[in-house]
Design a protein around this ligand. Structure first.
Ligand code: AMP
Length: 422
């Protein structure tokens, strides 16, 4: 878990604004669910055999003995909220977006944190290829708007019965290779054979490449559905790679599954920036009516480290626009001036004029040095004399020319400096 410091604020704000803008444009409404939920919600949805539930979930007993968990993701919470608030009676699909911290006791390694942050969208109550495509479009363009070009890896894992028939085939194939399988894969094969396809082990590459592909086990409807999604992506010119080994780690997915990888990513694109898919059975599984749905989640910590890397490569030019830096510094000299300064700064703030200041410093030299460093165009200076006669000095930093004005006219004068046209 980590602190997010003020120097990173610009990145987080830019991500938030970009997320809000694109989600709103596509008519997703914001939802905020609790960080703590009953643990059973995640066990029932994400699935018992999964790493997220078995190894990574923060579970503890509440004071009344209920087992609660810090949310490892938000899809299950959104599905729970959909049921709890009778959202099936609203116009479908119900489209929501969320933004916030998630918790997984993941192995510590680059790009993995135990508290991380996700932006996600969910569309509940409709099954149509265009819904899956819209979600991919939103996620893809969220990243693109931030300056990150991605490839979408996409696959379909069909319906549970199709998947079951495939798993029988896959297990048979993997057992025939048993003598070549590393120990950890043998265990995975026993617990969750689909996840063997996820393996990044070098020695597994040829075995996985030769493995039967799930797409060949899909029925007509599933195939047609998947083709429908791909046609939209073609239409939208979204670059995608058909990835037969993409199965995703969670149990609730059906049909379309996808992940986003940075183009030319640094670490051999081993870690996805985000992913998602369709989960037509989840709401019913959690006690609601049959409700087809789909969604995605993007990991913001990874997105931000990608943005930082890009900014560094461009030597500080920054993919992320710098926050607006103020053009004015407020300097003061003497105790009385400092007291008056605080008052004037608050008055200016109410008038929507932002000034840099260092009220803790008493040396004018140190303050002017700071003003230079911040590259302000003007510094206002308030000394003992000015406090007495109700005036203030406005200094043009470039020419060094100073004018003395009435304190009451300060807002007016600064407005002219900041917004010369008005
Ligand atoms: P998932 O729900 O596992 O598909 O995760 C979606 C995205 O969340 C991933 O692609 C990552 O970008 C991000 N993510 C998942 N787990 C972590 C973690 N432990 N630390 C940082 N980001 C994560």
């Amino acid at each position: 878990m980590k602190d997010i410091l003020p120097k990173e604020e610009t990145y987080w704000k830019t991500c938030y604004r970009t997320a809000e803008e694109i989600a709103t444009a596509y008519e997703y409404g914001m939802i905020q669910t609790p960080v703590v939920e009953e643990a059973s919600l995640f066990v029932r949805s994400i699935g018992r055999g999964t790493d997220v539930v078995e190894k990574e979930m923060y579970v503890f007993e509440d004071r009344d003995g209920t087992k609660v968990a810090l949310r490892p993701e938000s899809t299950a919470s959104v599905a729970r909220a959909y049921i709890a608030h009778g959202m099936h009676s609203l116009t479908q699909p119900v489209k929501v977006w969320y933004y916030g911290p998630m918790f997984r006791h993941d192995r510590p390694q680059a790009g993995r944190y135990r508290q991380f942050h996700q932006f996600g969208c969910e569309a509940l109550g409709e099954r149509a290829p265009v819904i899956d495509a819209e979600l991919i479009v939103v996620a893809y363009h969220f990243l693109k708007d931030l300056g990150i070009q991605t490839q979408v890896h996409i696959n379909s894992i069909g319906k549970p019965e199709e998947r079951e028939r495939y798993i029988v085939e896959l297990s048979g194939y993997l057992r025939s290779k048993r003598s070549y399988l590393p120990e950890e894969i043998k265990q995975r094969l026993h617990k969750n054979p689909l996840r063997v396809l996820d393996s990044k082990l070098e020695e597994m590459k040829p075995i996985i490449e030769e493995a039967p592909q799930i797409i060949d086990w899909l029925g007509e409807e599933s195939k047609k559905y998947f083709m429908g999604v791909l046609e939209y992506l073609d239409e939208m010119e979204i670059p995608y790679t058909l990835t037969p080994t993409l199965v995703r780690g969670l149990d609730y997915y059906t049909d379309t599954v996808f992940e986003f990888f940075e183009d030319g990513g640094e670490d051999g694109s081993q870690s996805a920036l985000g992913g998602g898919g369709r989960y037509d059975l989840l709401v019913e599984q959690l006690g609601g009516r049959p409700t087809p749905a789909a969604g995605f989640a993007i990991g913001l910590d990874r997105v931000i480290s990608c943005l930082r890397r890009k900014a560094e490569q461009q030597q500080g030019e920054g993919v992320v626009p710098q926050e607006k830096v103020g053009k004015i510094f407020f300097a003061q000299l003497g105790d009385q001036a400092r007291r008056r300064a605080l008052k004037l700064i608050e008055t200016l703030r109410k008038d929507k004029i932002f000034v840099h200041h260092m009220l803790g410093k008493s040396s004018l030299k140190a303050q002017l040095e700071m003003a230079n460093k911040l590259m302000v165009t003007h510094t206002v200076i308030l000394g003992q004399k000015e406090v007495q006669d109700g005036t203030i000095i406005v200094r043009d930093m470039e020419s060094g020319i100073q004018e003395i004005i009435d304190q009451k006219k300060l807002t007016n004068r600064l407005e002219k400096i900041l917004r010369p046209a008005s």
